[in-house]
Design a protein around this ligand. Structure first.
Ligand SMILES: [Zn+2]
Ligand SMILES: [Zn+2]
Length: 216
């Protein structure tokens, strides 16, 4: 059972993030999984607002209030296409735009890195799939899905508690008589997490920062 270091910002940076608009906050999460690269996105978003008074993108919302399209403000647009070549729509356009924004405009490598080998991926689900298939690393979402599949009952009142998930991960691992992979085997930046009691100190709460690892 291991956990990568969570992305934690200084108080000042966090205040700045809190002051962003909703879709811009989402962009920070989608921009990268390292503090350095998230800060680069944050600075670019704030800078662009200060210098042009416009955001880095223009969003339109549908009838339900959800974001329908996101158009990059940084890409040149020819009048004939009315910006369609820099417009993102359909499923989660903010995420797609953010990958374009950080990768093409900020030269951030593809935002999501495999915790095991460092390979870069444009979307978090691509990375999760790779981590599962190649390294048997499970992030919280993937881990919960796995638990559901294997029929481990969840406790509704504390279902979302990371501590419980961690605890379950350990029990599941023990129950099968399997041991966790040691930090040396799965690469750099791997931090072993002690087996806290269920109500003890919690593991990092933010999404997509914990990795559970066990052989099946
Ligand atoms: Zn662009
Ligand atoms: Zn990998």
């Amino acid at each position: 059972m291991i956990s990568p270091p969570p992305v934690q910002h200084t108080e000042a940076a966090q205040q700045l993030i809190n002051s962003l608009k909703g879709h811009e906050k989402s962009m920070i999460n989608y921009s990268a999984d390292t503090e350095e690269h998230q800060l680069r996105a944050l600075v670019a978003i704030v800078d662009h607002r200060l210098t042009t008074s416009a955001g880095v993108c223009v969003v339109t919302t549908g009838q339900s209030g959800g974001i329908k399209t996101v158009t990059c403000s940084l890409c040149p647009s020819s009048p004939s296409t009315q910006g369609s070549e820099r417009r993102f729509d359909k499923k989660n356009p903010i995420r797609k735009f953010t990958v374009h924004f950080v990768h093409d405009h900020l030269q951030v490598p593809k935002p999501f890195h495999c915790f095991g080998c460092g390979q870069e991926f444009p979307f978090s689900q691509d990375r999760d799939r790779h981590e599962k298939a190649v390294h048997r690393l499970y992030r919280p979402k993937a881990f919960k899905a796995l638990m559901k599949q294997s029929g481990v009952p969840s406790t509704p009142s504390v279902d979302e508690d990371e501590t419980l998930s961690t605890s379950l991960a350990h029990e599941q691992s023990d129950a099968r008589g399997l041991s966790s992979v040691s930090s040396g085997q799965v690469g750099r930046d791997v931090v072993p997490v002690p087996n806290y009691p269920q109500n003890g100190p919690s593991v990092p709460q933010s999404e997509e920062v914990c990795v559970y690892n066990f052989d099946v």
